[in-house]
Every structure is written in structure tokens, then in C-alpha cells.
Write a protein that binds this ligand. Sequence first.
Ligand code: C2E
Ligand code: CA
Ligand code: CA
Ligand code: CA
Length: 274
Amino acid sequence: WLPAGLASGMLAAWGFLRVVRRHLSFEGQLRQAVRKNQFEVHYQPIVDLHTRRCVGAEALVRWRQSNGQLVRPDLFIPLAEESGLIQPLTDLVLERVCAELGPTLLANPTLYISINVAAIDLASSRFADELAHQMADVAFAPSQIAIEATERGFMHANTANEIIQKLRSAGHPVLIDDFGTGYSSLSYLQHFRVDTLKIDKAFIDTVGTEAASASVAPHIVEIGHSLGVKLVAEGVESEDQALWLSSRGVQYGQGWLFARAMPRDDFLAWLAGL
Ligand code: C2E
Ligand code: CA
Ligand code: CA
Ligand code: CA
């Protein structure tokens, strides 16, 4: 028999411990997955909205668990960022891309693959050095590996800009990912020179609808034009959206209208069938 307060306190503590244990074990699994390289990279084509030809693809990581299940990145990337596992994961994705698409990139010198990096990858020269190291071993051009960084990644301002310019001078295109959803302090755009803005799906979703953000989409496109950068729209699902975008001068699109993210072999078959 326990006093009510103590009993409920113990219950709360027990519940808390269970949450911590589950968290630790998911993190433990992720750590092991990184050690054993239980990841796959899927590729989602990026097309020229005008010609509908494939210009590149985004590398999107998936975790293949021991039970065969595929885990989507939004379920483990945040944990990887918190637990210091994101840097080895970024490296694994880069290595995989070079290994499994090297010959394709060499045979198609204008095709590029873009890789997502985390804020911490831009906080020191570690990733840029790793990339330079990888590029020394491949025969395709640095321009064929593009780097996608979110606005959050840019907020480690001092180092990030230096690293971004280092990547660009090594020949890698740098993109601002999920443009419009982040801190959106437009002032940084004047400081950071980038090659491309990737307009977030949230804005594309509302194109042609009455939603409040629908009125924002044209402005985002305008900002891109006034900065003189290339624009890629992500999450293009309908022909109407594609037409709207290309009529506004958005050159590139990515989305289910064109293709979903696919394993390497499917991506190569898709490319060959174009
Ligand atoms: P993101 O960089 O914004 O990637 C686009 C996400 O939208 C992808 O989800 C893609 O499959 C999905 N998508 C593309 N077109 C459409 C469409 O037309 N309709 C819909 N409903 N969805 C579409 P995914 O692969 O689940 O990736 C989610 C996020 O995980 C990515 O968002 C990115 O932030 C992160 N991520 C993925 N791979 C990596 C990686 O290797 N490293 C890092 N740091 N982050 C990654
Ligand atoms: Ca991305
Ligand atoms: Ca994106
Ligand atoms: Ca997005």
C-alpha cells in the first residue's frame, strides 16, 4: 500500500522510463544500422518542365531494417541529427551514389544527383573535405553532385557560407531546399550565393487553389527570378501545377506527376525508357 501521491509519481516515472527505453532502443537500432550500412538510396527524377526531359535526380535515403521493412527518412533523420549519426549517414549516401551511379554519371555528363546535407555538415569543413576526397576517386565531374541544404542549415551562418562557397568553387551546385518554409530571413539570400532554390511542396500544393499560401507561390517564384537563380519546384503532382510553373518561368520540377523515388535499377530503367 502506497500513499496516492507516491503511487502516481511512480507510475509517471515508470511511463517516462518506458519512453526513454523505447527512444534509446530506436536510437540503438539506428546506430547499428549506420554501422552495418543498412541503407538504400532511392532516386527521384528532376525534369525540365518545358521539354520534360530528365536533368537529374535527388538521392533520398531509406532505412532497410533487419525485418525487411523500409523506414522513411522523416522518421529517422531528425533522430540521426540529434544523436550525431547524421554525419556518417551523409557519408554513406554520398558513397552509395558514387558507387552505384558512377558509370551512369560518366556516360551522361549533364546528368546530376543532388544530395541532402544537414546543418552540421555545413558547420565545419569535414563534409566538404570528405566530398573532395570522394571526388578524387571518381571520373565524373563535381558539377554532377549537387548539394541541397535547408534554410536551417544556413543558420550556422559564419561557417555555412564559407563551406558553401568552398563547395561551389570545387564545382558543386548548391541548392536551398524547402525554400520558403524555413526561417525565411530573406537577408541571408544576399549573403549566400547559391545556384538554385527548391520551392517547397507546401507552396506547390496550393497552386490553383484558394488557400492563403496560394498567393505566396507567385512571390516565391519572383524572388527566385530577381535573385537570378534557377528554380526547381518539388511535389509537382498535377499537370495544372506543371503548366502553371512553366508559364511562370520555373524551369525544373520534381514530383509524382513525373516519377516517384525509385531504387537504382528502376531509376536506370526509367531513364532508358524516356
Ligand atoms: P525533401 O528533401 O523535401 O524531399 C522531398 C520529399 O518529398 C521526399 O520524401 C519525396 O519522396 C517527397 N515527394 C516528392 N515528390 C512528391 C509528390 O509529388 N508528392 C508527395 N506527396 N511527396 C513527394 P522522402 O523521401 O520521404 O524524404 C523526406 C525528407 O527526408 C526529405 O525531404 C529530406 O528532408 C529528408 N532526407 C531524405 N534523404 C535524406 C538524406 O540522405 N540526408 C538528409 N540529411 N535528409 C534526407
Ligand atoms: Ca531535398
Ligand atoms: Ca525539398
Ligand atoms: Ca520539402
